[in-house]
Design a protein around this ligand. Structure first.
Ligand SMILES: [Zn+2]
Length: 95
């Protein structure tokens, strides 16, 4: 399996997507290359995926399933630092 940036068009879910400069607030913009898709450009809200509640939930689930920090960071596409930080927060909250 190729290891590339998992960017998908939010409309056609195609991965035939290219970088298209940055928006005024510094977010990466992308352009869908699918000719049948009406969407031209879009940006992703993935600046801080580690802060997303679903990501936190996944971190906990994966940790409980015996995955290592490195595996979690790779699967969820977040840094190991973020994983460790979130796990520490979770441990603190439970004690
Ligand atoms: Zn598209």
């Amino acid at each position: 399996m190729a290891f590339c940036v998992p960017v998908q068009c939010p409309d056609c879910h195609g991965t035939n997507v290219i970088k298209h400069g940055k928006s005024s607030n510094g977010k990466q913009r992308y352009r869908c290359c699918n000719r049948d898709c009406f969407r031209v450009t879009f940006s992703l809200n993935l600046d801080y995926p580690g802060r997303d509640a679903k990501t936190k939930q996944k971190i906990v689930e994966m940790k409980l399933n015996g995955n290592t920090v490195r595996e979690i960071s790779r699967v969820l596409n977040i840094s190991t630092t973020t994983v460790v930080k979130e796990l520490k927060k979770i441990v603190k909250n439970k004690m």
